[in-house]
Design a protein around this ligand. Structure first.
Ligand code: ADP
Length: 542
């Protein structure tokens, strides 16, 4: 027997309509690429999203067409999220930090029809435009007065001109909730980037899951500043979750340095923020150097890479900010787990509490997880056994755009490529990316654990560990360190510091100091580059 409830499709455009009706005067504040701070309300955002949809129709956009954006976090990008998906087209967010040839590949692979571009990225598009095969229009995301005079893009359209004469009365269409809504390519540290194609249903369900108290815990009283870019897995879903609950949004634009972020946090009374560890390193350094405190920020989501323990402690002790350690991936929309303590953890000694906080957290309802060994056998949830982490759920991909990579699921489960433990309380802890784990004498050494231990040294700005070939042990760990400016630090001191913090046989065989640790376009340590840089390097123990 079927239930007798209404079968209303879950559609992204309903989120902005809901926000306009119920939180119409709640603000959306943006630091614009043009410079000044822009502020308006959900109601105005809704009206202008409708105009965007009307403008797309006027440009001949059809349902299912891919519309690309090369843009920072700002109100026009927000309007595009809703305008594009809401009229049935696919919002394809492109990471401008990718290599130019990857951008060309992605635009052509997605067959983008129109590209919406922030003005400081127009020079990039100017260089690449001749290689785009399907792009019919390029739109500068600004008004006529701010179009750079020297830009050489033929027939460049202007965002404000496009929407100026539109009525903003658009009646959003209703369609199947499984319709594609947005597209995001994984940064692909190896091989070509692959597209993850989200649906309206997956996006709305992810927003529900993200809003839960033990996930991001957002509400109409929240003031949210997504540092994580809107081209990095839809800013972890925040533009949708914020609209769903009516939270005030503060968009930081292109200025992600410590000083600019700090100023916005304070002026806009931001309570909740989210980003990858590298931006927090920069912010903390800025605040320490200038002896500043945060007066309103209470929660910082840290994800994309493991949150170093020293960062969690500094945020907590010096700034009164609770770190919500989170894990996810493009293929998961992206939220997989968020770390909130349970009641019973409050009674634990501080060191044990920190050990729990270091885990990547618990999944919300909607994300199923299991760990398996090489033969696919499920491993116990005892917090000790570690194996390949598999996931499934309504906001997890079933395969990549245009079938790239073939059939990726294993019996309906998506292999994350991460190696993890699960404990009886539901907490997951990543020990490594399967391709980064160091295989020494048949045993595994976690590069993340070693990096975390090294980063706790006050003289270390950033640390990376890679496996290096060893005649006896197959692989042994090499620790690569970027020192803090003026830090006095040598190999012996670091190894001494690590002794007792990790198993003896995990201690790195060598330490190398570098000017800067390289990062991917989404802020992860670029281990492929480090492996290349240290190719042919011989460990002193080899
Ligand atoms: P891309 O796939 O383009 O590299 P993603 O953001 O999708 O970018 O990367 C997902 C991966 O990032 C995860 O599979 C995991 O390896 C890593 N990751 C994300 N969050 C964490 C975290 N909190 N701790 C450790 N690793 C993380």
């Amino acid at each position: 027997m079927l239930g007798l409830m209404q079968d209303r499709p879950l559609l992204i455009q309903q989120l902005i309509e809901h926000a306009a009706l119920n939180h119409g005067d709640t603000e959306i504040v943006s630091r614009t690429v043009e410079g000044p701070i822009h502020r308006y309300t959900y109601k105005e955002a809704r009206d202008r999203s409708r105009k965007v949809a009307e403008a797309l129709l006027a440009l001949g956009v059809k349902p299912g067409d891919r519309i690309g954006t090369l843009a920072w976090n700002g109100y026009r990008h927000f309007e595009l999220y809703y305008g594009i998906s809401g009229m049935g087209a696919v919002c394809h967010t492109i990471n401008p930090r990718l290599f130019p040839e990857q951008i060309v590949y992605i635009v052509n692979h997605a067959e983008d029809q129109i590209l919406f571009v922030d003005i400081n990225l127009l020079p990039l598009v100017e260089k690449l435009q001749s290689q785009f095969k399907t792009v019919r229009h390029i739109v500068a995301m600004t008004d006529r007065a701010h179009v750079p005079a020297d830009v050489k893009i033929p027939n460049l359209l202007v965002y404000e001109d496009l929407i100026a004469d539109k009525p903003g009365t658009y009646d959003w269409p209703e369609f199947d909730e499984n319709t594609a809504s947005s597209l995001c390519y994984t940064s692909g540290t190896t091989g070509n980037p692959k597209g993850v194609l989200y649906s309206h249903r997956s996006t709305v369900l992810h927003a529900y899951g993200a809003a839960l108290p033990d996930t991001l815990g957002l509400s109409a009283r929240s003031v949210v500043l997504p540092v994580v870019p809107m081209f990095h897995v839809n800013a972890w879903g925040l533009p949708y979750t914020a609209a769903m609950v009516g939270a005030k949004i503060v968009f930081p634009g292109v200025a992600l340095d410590g000083a600019s972020l700090y100023e916005l946090f304070e002026k806009e009374k931001v309570v909740f923020t989210a980003g990858v560890p590298t931006v927090w390193l920069a912010l903390i350094q800025y605040m320490q150097a200038n002896k500043l405190k945060l007066s309103t920020v209470r929660y910082a989501v840290i994800g994309g890479s493991a949150a170093p323990p020293a960062m969690i402690e500094t945020f907590d002790k010096e700034y009164g900010v609770e770190v919500l350690h989170a894990w996810g991936m493009s293929e998961m929309s992206p939220l997989g787990t968020v770390n909130h303590p349970k009641e019973k953890h409050a009674a634990l000694p501080a060191a044990e509490q920190l050990a729990v906080r270091l885990k990547q957290g618990r999944p919300p309802y909607g994300v199923d997880m299991k760990i398996v060994d090489d033969s696919g056998k499920e491993l116990p949830r005892d917090g000790k056994a570690f194996g390949d982490l598999l996931v499934r759920g309504p906001w997890i991909t079933s395969g990549y755009f245009k079938g790239e990579g073939g059939d990726v699921l294993r019996d309906g489960w998506f292999p994350t490529g991460d190696v993890a433990t699960l404990d009886p309380d539901g907490y997951m802890q990543i020990t490594d990316r399967s391709k980064d784990v160091i295989k020494s004498g048949g045993e595994w050494i976690s590069s993340i654990d070693l990096e975390n231990a090294a980063m706790a040294h006050p003289g270390v700005a950033e640390a990376a560990v890679i496996g290096v070939a060893h005649p006896k042990w197959d692989e042994r760990p090499l620790l690569i360190v970027q020192k803090k400016p003026d830090a006095q630090l040598d190999k012996a001191a670091l190894i001494e510091f690590l002794s007792g913090k990790v198993a003896k046989w995990w201690l790195p065989d060598d330490v190398q100091f570098v000017e800067a640790i390289p990062h991917t376009a989404t802020g992860k340590i670029l281990k492929t580059r480090l492996r290349e840089d240290f190719k042919g390097y011989k460990l002193p123990t080899a």
